[in-house]
Design a protein around this ligand. Structure first.
Ligand code: SF4
Length: 310
């Protein structure tokens, strides 16, 4: 059985809405993050090294150029005919507001773009940009606000130097959802000082705050970060595959049908930077173990509640 037998996932959700396969296409905006530019902090989160996304000398082309270059390549590779422009790295609601607004509008100009995913932090969500996203959504585009929370525990957020709190997250989610925007929350399994109990509690707090989608990630340790130093000094131990799978199976069992699961696993794109855990390089094995665990412990959803069966 596939993951869709247990939870509703993004692929079938988008296929049902648009009648064909929809793929995300990454758009790199030249933005930064308040936890790196000094307004909240300068070191960033203890696990963050954006070189794991970008080379040193990376300087993005315009949104229109990126989409014009990447969409035909992704069409050929995946067979998808429609795309969500995914503003992924750093905080894509932080910076010059007119410029950000224009980038969102530029993205939806491409014929094959049917929506936007805006990745950002919970503490920099200005109302004026929410209004822009609502307007885009009301034109019929699919819009997701992707909020990096990582943990609902303020002690953990302080330990990893996030520079925001759970209260910031609740405020952002409330404002966005009151306007009718969909929120996808990013959570990490394997954070320093956290166990399965913390993760399950974070998930419950996120559900209580109201959420429409979720992305799960294992904590990666990449070179050039404070977490890498903690790993080398023996102050942090990477999460094992068994613990990750066990925790994920439990959170998936606790995921209601209305919540769309966008991701249950992620890998570092620049493998040379990864210090651990190395099992994350083998996504196929992790997914196999997760599905085995679900088969042994979870009840598949009735067909009527499965988006992939409609
Ligand atoms: S909020 Fe995101 S971009 Fe900013 S330091 Fe943390 S992980 Fe890096």
């Amino acid at each position: 059985m596939s993951l869709d037998h247990y939870v509703n996932t993004l692929g079938p959700y988008l296929k049902q809405r648009f009648g064909e396969r929809v793929q995300k296409v990454s758009v790199f905006a030249d933005v930064t993050c308040p936890n790196r530019d000094g307004s909240k902090g300068i070191g960033g989160c203890t696990f963050c090294n954006n070189k794991s996304f970008f080379p040193n000398d990376f300087s993005p082309a315009s949104v229109a150029t990126q989409l014009a270059e990447n969409i035909p390549r992704l069409k050929a590779k995946t067979g998808a005919g429609k795309f969500l422009a995914y503003f992924q790295a750093y905080s894509n609601t932080y910076g010059d507001l007119e410029r950000l607004k224009q980038m969102y509008l530029d993205a939806i100009q491409h014929d094959a773009v049917v929506g936007l995913c805006i990745g950002t932090r919970p503490d920099c969500i200005p109302d004026v940009l929410l209004a822009v996203l609502v307007d885009i959504q009301q034109q019929g585009y699919e819009v997701w606000l992707e909020l990096g929370l990582q943990s609902a525990h303020d002690e953990t957020l302080a330990l990893i130097n996030r520079g925001h709190t759970m209260a910031d997250y609740r405020d952002a989610v409330t404002r966005a959802r009151q306007l009718g925007l969909k929120v996808c929350t990013h959570l990490i399994v394997g954070l320093p000082g956290e166990s399965k109990i913390h993760v399950l509690d974070s998930w419950q707090q996120v559900l209580d705050a109201g959420v429409d989608g979720v992305k799960w990630h294992p904590l990666h340790v990449v070179k050039g970060t404070q977490l890498a130093r903690q790993l080398t000094q023996g102050d942090y131990i990477c999460i094992g595959q068994g613990e990750y799978v066990d925790t994920l199976a439990e959170v998936l069992r606790r995921t209601p049908d209305h919540v769309i699961v966008h991701r249950v696993m992620s890998a570092v794109s620049r493998k040379a930077l990864l210090l651990g855990p190395h099992w994350t390089e083998n996504r196929g094995e992790v997914m196999k173990a997760l599905l085995q665990q679900l088969a042994a412990t979870a009840k598949p959803h009735p067909v009527s509640e499965r988006l992939d069966a409609r």
